[in-house]
Design a protein around this ligand. Sequence first.
Ligand code: SF4
Ligand code: SF4
Length: 76
Amino acid sequence: MFVENSQSNKDICKQNCGTCPSYCGGGRKLLFCSKGNINGSVEMKGCKCGMCPVAVAHKLDGAYFCVHGNLDTLID
Ligand code: SF4
Ligand code: SF4
């Protein structure tokens, strides 16, 4: 399901991506399930997307959206 690039979703993402051991967005890049993957390499040390309320509300499958982006958002 398409994920809106909204402030409320960003705030939720900040609590999840922002505290993830793999996060490398410098505190500014967020909401990879809406905006797509990050440019650059990500050291995959775990992903918190599965427990994120944005992922639950939008029925997102998968994880590591900072690596792979979100196909649902790209095709919606
Ligand atoms: S998308 Fe997943 S792996 Fe990447 S920073 Fe967010 S929670 Fe961590
Ligand atoms: S599903 Fe992952 S990328 Fe999307 S808001 Fe939640 S933690 Fe961030």
